[in-house]
Design a protein around this ligand. Structure first.
Ligand code: SF4
Ligand code: SF4
Length: 442
């Protein structure tokens, strides 16, 4: 049976125009800039200095606390500086800058093609390994994976849910991982199950990826306790709360976390990196980035070392098309327009999307016509037109009463509004203010 979530949702054209492009490895060259903060939580603390020689996979910055992540060198070469660098939003953050020299890896990383299957580590050892390897969620938020896997006292995990929906238009990196590394993904899921002590995992995949569903299904007899769940193609099917509802019919309470519904959710790309960390001793030094756009001469899924300048990826796809209006890091719905298109990639960079002037043109908005379409598509059952009005009035107490903090910033309301009102811009403002109110109250 094809499953989906209960409220709202939209059906944008999926534009998976890079789906047939097999993953290609980008050979590192020039310089990489690796941010100390590319995860939710405290920035990591450097353990190298200018002039140090480093190898691929070597620890270069240590997690500064539990909610933080280790950073490893993605290249071999010389540390030339530790300095402020602009990210894709133009925000300056500390980064370790390394001049690439050759491609020398740490000796303890298994780079062979063999796929080890026996999981020898205990649950506790797996968590330690995942933390040591600097793994973060690859579905967007970049939350340190070991934190997400640590079930708080008093809570119980019953199911692991793997988010393989990839519902954002244009993105195809998860799809290619499922096609080209299905077995490693299944082993990664078994490792995650062992880490949180559950016997059942569900993998939610949208039905517009039949080849990936078939590939994973062909392995379920060997990898017990994993069920592949076909999901209706509906945005935002990959939202954590929507996925949990679709797969288990459970609701995460307002302000709650997946564990409040007895679930732990991880992205399929994260399952692959868990396999690499635990079975191959490879820290998170690269990830698959979809480089796409209707006007590009070629679109690709590239295995990119963390810290690679986007200009390198642009070269590989034949340069930026003349009529490009926006470069987006991520997908068109939840990604962010880059003000610095030469920024380095980060651990959770899933895509670089080139949109034409025409596609990215923001239409002039007019007055609300009270059609309620924004209400009918909101997957969180909110009233976006009302939240917008409250934000305009700066009435954030009332915004809280109307659950502005539950907005998952999916953009469905703004996408569907016939008056072209940028609803999400207003709701984001409310959400920030409501979260401040809640923090102050605590
Ligand atoms: S952006 Fe927020 S308010 Fe708008 S549809 Fe999505 S969840 Fe609802
Ligand atoms: S969709 Fe736009 S026009 Fe319709 S009620 Fe919502 S804000 Fe108003």
């Amino acid at each position: 049976m094809i499953k989906t979530f209960k409220y709202g949702g939209i059906h944008p054209d999926d534009n998976k125009i890079s789906a047939e492009a097999a993953i290609e490895t980008v050979v590192p060259e020039g310089v990489v800039r690796i941010f100390l903060s590319q995860h939710i939580g405290a920035p990591a603390t450097p353990v190298v200095a200018r002039g140090d020689k480093v190898k691929v996979g070597q620890l270069i910055a240590k997690a500064a606390g539990f909610v933080s992540a280790n950073i490893h060198s993605s290249v071999s070469g010389t540390v030339t500086n530790i300095d402020l660098e602009a990210d894709h939003l133009g925000i300056k953050k500390e980064a370790i800058i390394i001049k690439v020299e050759g491609d020398e890896w740490m000796d303890d990383i298994d780079r062979s093609d063999n796929i080890p299957k026996e999981i020898k580590l205990s649950a506790e050892e797996i968590l330690k390994k995942i933390a040591a390897s600097g793994l973060v969620g690859l579905g967007g938020a970049a939350f340190p994976s070991h934190v997400k896997l640590s079930v708080p006292p008093g809570k119980t995990a019953e199911y692991l849910i793997i988010n393989a929906a990839e519902c954002e238009p244009y993105l195809t990196s998860d799809y290619r991982i499922m096609l080209e590394h299905a077995e490693e993904v299944m082993i990664g899921i078994q490792i995650l199950k062992k880490a949180i002590g559950v016997s059942v995992a569900y993998v939610g995949v949208e039905v517009n990826k039949p080849a990936a569903i078939a590939e994973l299904n062909s392995l379920t007899s060997e990898y017990k306790g994993i069920e592949i769940v076909p999901l209706r193609k509906k945005y935002p099917q990959g939202g954590e709360k929507q996925l949990i509802k679709a797969v288990t019919n459970r609701e995460v309470p307002s302000g709650g976390l997946p564990i409040d519904a007895g679930t732990v959710v991880h992205n399929v790309g994260t399952a692959f990196s868990v396999y690499e960390a635990v079975m191959k001793n490879k820290p998170l030094i690269d990830n698959v980035v979809t480089v796409t756009g209707k006007n590009l001469s070629v679109r690709k899924n590239l295995l990119v070392r963390v810290g690679t300048p986007v200009s390198r990826l642009v070269e590989i796809v034949g340069g930026i098309p003349e009529n490009t209006g926006k470069v987006i890091f991520g997908g068109p719905m939840m990604g962010k327009a880059a003000s610095n298109p030469d920024a380095p990639t980060q651990k959770s960079t899933s895509a670089v999307l080139f949109m034409s002037d025409e596609e990215s043109y923001r239409k002039t908005s007019c007055a609300c016509i009270r059609c309620a379409r924004c209400v009918s598509v909101c997957p969180m059952n909110l009233e976006p037109y009302l939240l917008k009005r409250l934000a305009e009035r700066k009435d954030f107490e009332e915004s809280e009463k109307n659950s502005a903090h539950d907005c998952i910033e999916c953009g469905s309301c703004a996408y569907t509004c016939p008056a072209n009102i940028p609803l999400l811009d207003y709701i984001r403002l409310s959400k920030t203010e409501v979260l401040k109110i809640k923090r102050n109250r605590k």
